[in-house]
Design a protein around this ligand. Structure first.
Ligand code: NAD
Length: 423
């Protein structure tokens, strides 16, 4: 028998999860064998080892990846993360998920992802800029506005996107603003991008509540992770009338059955860098929000949080996945058995890439929209995607995750089939 650590390690292989989810969807839609072979692999995987001069004059060699899973529906799109645990397998899984995510919300992109094995907290600002610019140069043979458009991901932000865009522009000899999204507003970023993922999570949560006959003003919501996605989701769900009863970050969590004031929590985190120490709430563990008494759970921290063990203790009736891959396949089965309605990551957190798409469109046209316009268009796309996935789920009696996969794989397969095989 395997130990709990081995079970978690086995459950936690993202690439294994991604391929397994694809295989299940391919089987359900009766996808022809050739297309299964093509789509269950990534199209391109690029590894580079590149030197960076550190502040003390030493040269350090870093390893980075850029993977494109599919470009059948349009240029590849996906974030770049800087993290010590980045691996090629993880980047491949994330690239495949990006393909499905863009197809679920029906925006004209394929999927990509990139990463560098590094702990950016150990770098000075100068070292971070040099690492970013050199990595951008390495992957410049793959990326560009018509080919593959990076965006921020774990530990990368608007500043890093600005350095990447500037590096590509220096190579080109003119400003190529549409080469990267998630940029600062002054250099072609889009209004509404910062809130976009949390806003999309909220739109999906409200649509699912309506479907389940749950009233927002009596719904108790628990949120794991209080970064960009978690804090925006909590704020917008509170604005929609919900009571936020639990939140957490990597240092710990907070609980109050009567509700936590989200804007004050955001201010507390801004000042202290963490949620810990906020008055008028019971402290709890970082994973506490997963299993508290609530109606809606938003896992918005990191992957592999709802495993076979923790999923069995989930008390929410609705789970809306803000994070990428927060539920292992085994955790998924447990939630399904327990009748939990789950809005999967490739639908629930697609608001970010949708507004990235808006940013790219605005950059290509050099014509910028108001925040209201961005939010309206986002709402239209997210609500339509939710309705389409729900329809597949109801027609085929499938859980929402598999319905979303079927919808996405069918769209990508159809584009691949229509384009035909080259040569
Ligand atoms: P972030 O870095 O802004 O926030 C992450 C939050 O999770 C932080 O509050 C951190 O303290 C907390 N956290 C980390 N480990 C934790 C743990 N073990 N338990 C509890 N909390 C923990 O990141 P983000 O941009 O909000 O992204 C969160 C998730 O959403 C990631 O999985 C990311 O891939 C996914 N996502 C983000 C976007 C986006 O636009 N930001 C889009 C799609 C998906």
């Amino acid at each position: 028998m395997s130990s709990p650590a081995e079970t978690l390690a086995e459950e936690a292989s993202e690439w294994r999860t991604a391929q397994r989810q694809f295989d299940d969807a391919a089987e359900l839609i009766g996808l022809e064998p050739d297309l299964r072979e093509i789509l269950r692999e990534v199209q391109r995987e690029f590894t580079c080892h590149f030197p960076v001069e550190m502040d003390d004059g030493d040269i350090q060699v870093f390893t980075g990846y850029r993977v494109q899973h599919s470009v059948h529906r349009g240029p590849a799109k996906g974030g770049i993360r800087f993290h010590p645990d980045v691996s090629l397998d993880e980047v491949k899984a994330l690239a495949m998920w990006m393909t499905w995510k863009c197809a679920v919300v029906n925006i004209p992109y394929g999927g990509a992802k990139g990463g560098v094995i590094v702990d950016p907290r150990r770098l000075s600002r100068r070292e971070l800029e040099h690492l970013t610019r050199r990595f951008a140069s390495e992957i410049s043979i793959l990326i560009g506005p018509d080919r593959d458009i990076p965006a921020p991901d774990v530990n990368t932000d608007a500043q890093i996107m600005a350095w990447i865009m500037d590096t590509l522009s220096m190579h080109a000899g003119y400003s190529v603003t549409a080469s990267v999204t998630g940029k600062p507003i002054e250099i072609g970023g889009s209004l509404g991008r910062v809130d976009a993922t949390g806003r999309g999570v909220t739109i999906c949560a409200l649509a699912a509540m309506e479907h389940l006959g749950m009233k927002p003003h009596i719904a108790k919501v628990s949120v794991q992770g209080f970064g960009n996605v978690g804090s925006v989701s909590a704020r917008l769900l509170e604005e929609a009338g919900c009571t936020i009863v639990a939140v957490s970050d990597e240092y710990g969590g907070l609980y109050n059955a009567l509700g936590l004031p989200v804007r004050r929590l955001i201010e507390h985190r801004r000042v202290h860098g963490r949620l810990e120490g906020f008055p008028g709430a019971e402290p709890m563990a970082s994973d506490g929000p997963l299993t508290v008494e609530c109606d809606v759970l938003v896992p918005a921290a990191i992957g592999n949080q709802l495993t076979s063990g923790s999923a069995a203790r989930v008390r929410a009736r609705l789970v809306v996945e803000g994070a990428n891959g927060p539920t292992t396949p085994e955790g998924d089965q447990v939630l399904q058995r327990n009748g939990v309605f789950l809005v999967p990551d490739i639908l629930a957190n697609a608001g970010g890439v949708t507004v990235s798409y808006f940013e790219w469109v605005q950059d290509l046209q050099s014509f910028f929209w108001s925040e209201h316009e961005v939010n309206q268009k986002l709402q239209t796309i997210m609500q339509r995607a939710f309705r389409e996935v729900l329809k597949v789920a109801q027609e085929r009696d499938l859980p929402m995750r598999m319905a979303a996969y079927c919808q996405a794989v069918r769209r990508v397969a159809s584009a691949t089939r229509d384009r035909g095989l080259y040569p």
